[in-house]
Design a protein around this ligand. Structure first.
Ligand code: XIL
Length: 541
């Protein structure tokens, strides 16, 4: 319901430190999160953040076909209703995701012949969309999801192979009939930049609209990764779709990295988040941005992309990350009216706890008098013409991680305000990281989940590689078990557990590694029923 609601949100000024949704609303945009039903009913911290920070939500799984119609004409709306009720209580809009997709659709649908499949689509859409047609919280739907191959041809899904391209227009018409006021979207991934796939999407949307098919909106999923670079033509791409007369939105934003996290990767990730928000803010037809989750505790990334993770804006302990600040500051940009006054310059940092790959810096805080308020600090390494951003912090100290052993760092700090003004450079502090592990080492470890079941999994192999230039005669790998998980066994290494931290030391026979040589070990874990997490991020020393 409420076709115009997202375009016509009133703009009201927001306090600099306000939650994300307050700033987004003041810009006439939504900021959303995909929510999972189990932590939503079980975890207060999850619920509180979801309610406080976001004015839009999407069901991560609860509205998909396998959840809503697992057997033909037997509908189950328990999860979907829980999401919609939460949104109603918290004055949030719901984006329905998703009606027609080639994944998470039950086998009974996939096996139907053409005319039975057409009827099943009509019935499914009329029941699911119809259920919420009069509910003011539910404002939009992903009618079709991921209909293209990477080269821009139609995906050869069971939908396409049974029905040809006609299923797309049919689905949109059925959704319009079921709720004439809902905004109807087509959604896909790898369409953020201008490329073969996004151009195919552009052509399809254009031709459907010419035929009078009710396509109101285009969703750009936004599953990005810092190691693949930022799609710098995102704004331009959104603009070309907007020129077709459709609304655009970022629907599933997450920005993953190869684990382990460090402050420099976090800073790059924060920049990517800021860029996405800024692109949406710059395009009038962009309704808002939905993040695919919000806490790294619940993210599809570690389960889907081996060795990658930490893609969201809160860590596993619900602490805000640099990426949160980036989203916040981008949404709050201009809050101080025309604040052009930078914060005061921070004091000289002092270094402490310097190890082979990390260091703590603290400095005396800055103040901001320009109106937008102090937002945080950027920490740079002095390196001649282009200094590297080592990390960002919202407080007057930072723990730098991922540093290179046995290396001198000259580091300075700049304060940042809510309008993006940067202070002068603080005086620099110089410190030198200690030598790495004996043996001139450096090693890496990556773990692969070999198999998993309801309440357990096996990680095999964990591959340990000597990345140094000389041989090592022992190695130590550490990793963190998700909460509630317990070690059940291990092989080819000796494992000790403290809290959730596991330390794996080489066995007698696999400690010696020549440069570039690898060895492996494995382990098995028990986890609570229904929990789908696995460890991510193995540190080797
Ligand atoms: C993912 C969910 O996050 C996972 O929990 C689930 O196991 C698989 O689907 N594109 C989409 C989303 O449109 O529905 C997908 O969500 C991620 C990719």
């Amino acid at each position: 319901m409420g076709l115009l609601a997202t375009f016509l949100l009133p703009t009201v000024p927001a306090e600099a430190s306000a939650p994300l949704r307050t700033h987004a609303a003041s810009k006439g945009k939504f900021i959303g999160a995909a929510l999972a039903t189990s932590p939503l009913s079980n975890e207060t911290a999850y619920r509180n953040i979801a309610a406080t920070e976001f004015n839009q939500i999407t069901a991560e799984n609860a509205m998909k076909w396998d959840a809503t119609e697992p057997n033909q004409n037997q509908f189950n709306f328990s999860g979907a209703d829980a999401i919609v009720n939460f949104a109603t209580q918290n004055n949030q809009q719901v984006h329905g995701h998703t009606l027609i997709w080639h994944q998470q659709t039950p086998g009974w649908v996939q096996g139907l012949g053409a005319s039975a499949m057409r009827s099943a689509i009509q019935n499914h859409i009329s029941q699911v969309v119809g259920r919420y047609a009069d509910n003011p919280a539910v404002v939009s739907w992903d009618v079709v999801n991921e209909v293209f191959e990477e080269n821009g041809s139609m995906r050869s899904s069971f939908w396409y192979n049974t029905l040809g391209q006609s299923y797309i227009a049919d689905a949109f018409r059925a959704a319009r009939a079921a709720d004439p006021d809902a905004r109807l979207c087509i959604n896909d991934y790898n369409v953020e930049g201008i490329n073969a796939k996004s151009t195919a999407m552009y052509n399809l949307v254009s031709s459907l609209r010419q035929q009078g098919v009710p396509v109101d909106c285009v969703g750009f999923q936004g599953h990005l990764a810092i190691q693949y670079g930022f799609p710098n033509d995102l704004q331009q791409n959104l603009e070309r779709f907007a020129a077709l007369g459709v609304q655009v939105r970022i629907t599933e934003l997450d920005i993953r990295m190869q684990m382990p996290r460090n402050s420099s990767k976090d800073a790059t990730q924060a920049t990517y988040y800021r860029n996405v928000i800024n692109a949406c803010l710059a395009v009038t037809a962009c309704a808002g941005v939905t993040i695919w989750g919000f806490t790294d505790k619940y993210s599809w990334v570690p389960d889907t992309f081996g060795g990658e993770g930490a893609a969201l804006i809160y860590d596993e302990n619900y602490q805000q990350k640099a990426s949160y600040t980036a989203v916040h500051d981008a949404l709050a940009g201009g809050t101080g009216g025309n604040d052009t006054t930078p914060p005061t310059t921070p004091g000289t940092p002092t270094s402490s706890n310097v190890t082979s790959n990390s260091a703590t810096l603290s400095w005396s805080a800055s103040t901001d008098s320009g109106g937008s308020g102090l937002a945080g600090y950027n920490v740079y390494r002095e390196q001649g013409a282009t200094d590297t951003l080592l990390g960002q912090s919202t407080t007057a100290s930072i723990n730098l991680t991922g540093l290179t052993p046995d290396t001198q760092y000259q580091v300075y700090v700049r304060a940042r305000d809510g309008a993006g003004n940067l202070s002068g450079n603080s005086p620099a502090v110089t410190f030198t990281t200690s030598e790495g592990p004996v043996g001139g080492g450096g090693c890496t470890a990556t773990g692969t989940v070999q198999t998993q079941w309801q309440n357990g999994y096996v990680v095999q192999p964990v591959t340990v590689t000597n990345t140094g230039t000389s041989a090592v005669n022992g190695w130590t790998v550490t990793f963190t078990l998700p909460s509630g998980h317990t070690l059940a066994g291990s092989w080819n290494a000796s494992l000790t557990v403290s809290g959730q931290t596991v330390t794996a030391r080489n066995a007698g026979y696999n400690g010696n590694l020549a440069p570039n040589a690898s060895t492996t070990f494995g382990f098995q874990v028990n986890r609570p029923n229904g929990n789908t997490q696995t460890p991510s991020g193995y540190t080797c020393a």
